[in-house]
Design a protein around this ligand. Structure first.
Ligand SMILES: *[C@@H]1O[C@H](CO)[C@@H](O)[C@H](O)[C@H]1NC(C)=O
Ligand SMILES: *[C@@H]1O[C@H](CO)[C@@H](O)[C@H](O)[C@H]1NC(C)=O
Length: 203
């Protein structure tokens, strides 16, 4: 298959050399041409098969592999100075400022991210504490289970804490940032307390 032209040429030369004088040269030419056409035909069929395979692969990628998921949010929209907490019972943070939400996997009315496909996702979040003493922190959770925590103790002034995780999620898994009981964070129009995530790749 690699050098069919050369092989055919040798074949033709062989036929030519072995040809009896009585045999018609035109007939040999015809045989050579026929072999060449057969060779072209088989190469064309192989290339058509390759094209079909590629088209199927592209279709698959479009349907399953090209998923784009990214969100980026901040707790407050245009507040000057807004504490969240401390509460007696912990609660999921509901982020008000949406920077981006491609794939609509982040629900801004609940604060929950729902994995649209099985895959590896990357999340990070940060919290700011400001003014007076407080416990500053939040958990990043999967399906209500703590994964990682950002935490700091505030004496005075301000402090921030952040964390992140890469994790395999099943389709439908829910991720949120949870403010534990008796913790307090702050955000304002500068956007200190943020949450972001994206799909790295499907599995
Ligand atoms: C967000 O969650 C609420 C409450 O579960 C639901 O009613 C709403 O349809 C969701 N929004 C989107 C865009 O999925
Ligand atoms: C908050 O985090 C930023 C970097 O993200 C850092 O530059 C700053 O010093 C931190 N502030 C406090 C009070 O920890």
């Amino acid at each position: 298959m690699k050098t069919p032209g050369a092989v055919l040429l040798l074949l033709w030369l062989g036929l030519l050399a072995g040809a009896a004088e009585s045999e018609d040269i035109d007939l040999l030419k015809l045989k050579y041409l026929r072999a060449q056409v057969q060779d072209f035909e088989s190469r064309l069929q192989a290339s058509e098969k390759k094209t079909r395979d590629l088209q199927n692969e592209i279709k698959n990628l479009k349907e399953n592999g090209g998923k784009k998921v990214v969100f980026s949010v901040s707790l407050e929209k245009d507040a000057l100075y807004e504490h969240t907490g401390p509460f007696e019972i912990g609660k999921t943070l509901v982020y008000k400022q949406l920077f981006i939400n491609i794939g609509d996997a982040f629900n801004s009315s609940t604060g929950f991210f729902t994995a649209p496909v099985r895959g590896v996702y990357d999340f990070s979040f940060s919290v700011l504490g400001y003014g007076g003493s407080a416990r500053v922190g939040a958990h990043l959770r999967r399906n209500g289970q703590n994964l990682v925590m950002a935490y700091a103790t505030l004496d005075r002034g301000d402090i921030n804490a952040s964390n992140g995780v890469s994790v395999l999620l099943e389709k439908g898994d829910k991720v949120d940032v949870y403010l534990p009981a008796e913790h307090r964070i702050l955000d304002n129009y500068h956007h200190h307390s943020t949450f972001r995530g994206h799909l790295l790749f499907q599995m």
